[in-house]
Each structure stands twice: as C-alpha cells, then as structure tokens.
Design a protein around this ligand. Structure first.
Ligand code: FMN
Length: 198
C-alpha cells in the first residue's frame, strides 16, 4: 500500500493546504501503518510547462529524442508511475485567482496521457487510474457556497477524467478574512479530517 501526497502551494512551510494534506496523510498512515509515503512538492519543483517543447518531446519517437527531450519525458513518466503506484492520493490545493495553482495544473498536464491514464472508447472518455482514493485539502482566502465554487468542479472533472472518482474534500475557507475566521477555519478543517471515514 502507498500514499502519494502532492503539495501544490507556493508558500512552503506557511502553506495551510500542505499542512492539512500532511494531517490527512498522518491519519491514513495511522490506519495503514505499513503504507509507504511519497511526497511530491509541485509547488517547490513544478513539472515542465505544457508548451510546444513539451508536446514535441512527447510526440518525438523513442530513440529520436534529444537528451533534453528525454529528460522531460522521464519526469512526466515518473509522475505517472508515482500516481499509478499509489493507493491513496492526498492533494493540498490552495486557491489562487479562483483556480488551482498553475503548478497543480502542470501536474495534470503531465499525467493526463492518452492510452496510459485515460483513453477514448466508443462510449467516450474512460479514466484508467482506477481503484484509488483521493483526499483534497482545500485552502481558500474567501468562503464559497457549494454551487458557486470556482475551483472544485474543474478539479473533480479533471480527476474523474483520469479515473480518480473516489474523492473526499476537506475545506479551510475564509483564511484571508481575519484571524478569528482563519483560526476557526483551520479548526473546522481539522475536525473534518478527524471525522474522515478512512
Ligand atoms: C496569489 C494568490 C492568489 C489568491 N487568490 C485567491 C482567490 O482567488 N480566492 C480566494 O479565496 N483566496 C485566494 N488567495 C488566498 C489563498 O487561497 C489562501 O492564502 C490559502 O491559504 C492558500 O493556500 P496555501 O496556504 O496552501 O498556499 C490567494 C492567495 C494568493 C497568494
């Protein structure tokens, strides 16, 4: 069994989402003590940007890639192998400008690979990363009603596209709304983590 923790915050040790993701991982590990833990900090070490060079590297035939192209593909191969190997995926997700961090989008850009993590069938797209549980630690400065969340619907859709459909979200909202609201938000998120049915 293994747990993959993905931290997407750019704020290092000050990150609320990474702290909450670590607490979810600690709970999962307590429940599954033999579980290995892998940490991927895309906030600190982003994956290569999806640009023309990225596409060129991936579409170049194996054996005809330059060493830089092969190094780029090795990184996305490694990101895919990490998530394929995980039983649990825990993602710390800050909200930046109403969206996921560019670094988390970059992780999806790296792991969404046709024929490997998704495929198209006569019934439409089919995700191939099946049988995993995903936990999201969402950290936001503001507070969003469920039907007005600017970030989570895209995230759920993207996860489902690659087969990650068993998703539980923990929220810390109002972190920029003054100290009292922020403290209460973290407390509430920690209660949500304690109450998780693992
Ligand atoms: C560049 C930047 C943009 C932000 N944009 C938003 C936003 O659009 N909506 C919001 O509710 N909070 C926003 N915030 C507040 C963050 O969501 C909040 O600080 C949260 O704690 C970030 O997660 P982290 O602590 O894990 O980095 C923003 C913060 C930063 C630094």
């Amino acid at each position: 069994m293994s747990i993959l923790q993905i931290n997407a915050s750019i704020r290092g040790a000050d990150s609320a989402s990474s702290a909450l993701a670590s607490e979810i991982v600690a709970r999962l590990h307590d429940a599954n003590p033999t579980c290995a833990i892998q940490l991927l900090d895309v906030g600190a070490s982003p994956l290569p940007l999806l640009d023309n060079g990225f596409l060129g590297a991936h579409f170049a035939p194996v054996g005809q890639r330059s060493s830089a192209q092969q190094a780029l593909v090795d990184r996305t191969d490694q990101a895919i192998a990490q998530v394929q190997a995980a039983d649990f995926v825990v993602i710390g997700v800050p909200m930046y400008n109403f969206a996921v961090p560019a670094q988390l989008k970059g992780w999806f850009d790296a792991v969404a690979r046709a024929g490997v993590t998704f495929q198209y069938t006569e019934n439409g797209p089919q995700g191939l990363l099946t049988g995993k549980k995903v936990y999201l630690a969402l950290a936001r400065g503001g507070i969003y009603a469920a039907n007005e969340d600017p970030q989570l619907p895209w995230l759920m859709r993207m996860l489902a596209f690659i087969g990650l459909t068993d998703v539980t979200a923990v929220r810390a909202e109002g972190l920029a709304m003054g100290q009292a609201v922020s403290i209460a938000a973290m407390q509430s998120a920690r209660e949500q983590i304690s109450a998780l049915q693992l």
